[in-house]
Structures are given as structure tokens and as C-alpha cells.
Design a protein around this ligand. Sequence first.
Ligand SMILES: [Zn+2]
Length: 198
Amino acid sequence: MGQDLLRLTFSLGLPIIDVGERKEDRKAGYVMTTVVQTRKPDFAMVKRLAWRVLEENFVTKPPINAAELAEACGLAVFESRFKPAYSHVAGFIDFDNTKILINADDSVPRKNFTVAHELGHYLLGHNEENGYTVLLRNPDAMAKTPIEQEANCFAANLLVPQRFLREWLDNYPSATDQQLSGIFGVSAEVIRYRRLYL
Ligand SMILES: [Zn+2]
């Protein structure tokens, strides 16, 4: 099943992509290109890739610092205070300049997940596939497209590898999501989600 992604170039110079065709966007003079995505997400491949990144960087236990891994992969990571219109944006990757920018106002676990998510886009070559130069992370609007699902899957597997989570739960069977969130450096929501798939 195909899904449309709109490529928007905002006139103030910060490129933005969004899902859905909003009349306001047209009126405001956005330049839009529709990209049809017909393929399905390949989660098995994404999981293998996340594990390989951990192995290649000799990561053997949580917490996993996504920014360190991104930098090891050749990306520069920055925090930035986004304009009010972009306050909902968690971060983005600028493929041309191999740079990830994340929202400075977010919590540390959320920042960690955003960097891992953008690293996923980078390593999965999502720019080549779609012709994007910038991918924004807007968790509310973008979760449903194949590339967003793959990037989220990559981030979850990178920051909370099944193997590590299982080890912790073997040793501490009564650990709460909240406790594990502190250990893995992610939100309790991510832990809850990962426990469903053990
Ligand atoms: Zn994304």
C-alpha cells in the first residue's frame, strides 16, 4: 500500500517535510513534491543493521549514547533551539552536510532516541531512496510511513537491543519500565514497547 509524502521547502530557508496535504501549505507558497512509497518496511534488515552498529563500535551494555555512535559513523550532532513554528520537531538530519540537529528543549531520553532515529535514516540511505536532503522527525505526524517506521525500529533496536534487555530482565525480573528507562537512557514508553517484543 502506497503512502504519499510531501516534500516541502519552506521559504524561510529551513526545509521541512510533512505528511498529508494541507491547504495552508499551498497558500503559504510551499514547494511540494509528492513521493509515493510503495515498498514495505524491512524490519529484519533494520534490526540486523542496528546490531551490527553496536558490534562494530564495541558496545556491550546500556546506556547507549546515540550521538557517540552517530559521530563514529561520520555525522556531526548538534542541539538547536528551533523557532516556535518547529517546536514540535524533535530533530532532523541534513544529509548533504552529514549533520544531525536535535531540539535542545527535549528531554535527554527523547534526544537520544531522535539521534538514533536520524542515524537510522542515514545508514538506511533514506535520502537516496526519496531524494530528501533533510528529514524532520515529527513523532506525531510521521510514524506511519515506511521510512519512519524503519527509522523508529532502528532507534529502538539500537538503544534497547533485545539481548541487553533480556539480560537485565533475567537478572532483575521485577524491574519496572521506569527503572529500565534510566538504565537504557530511553523513555519508559520505549521500554514498554520493547518488552512487548521479547
Ligand atoms: Zn524520521
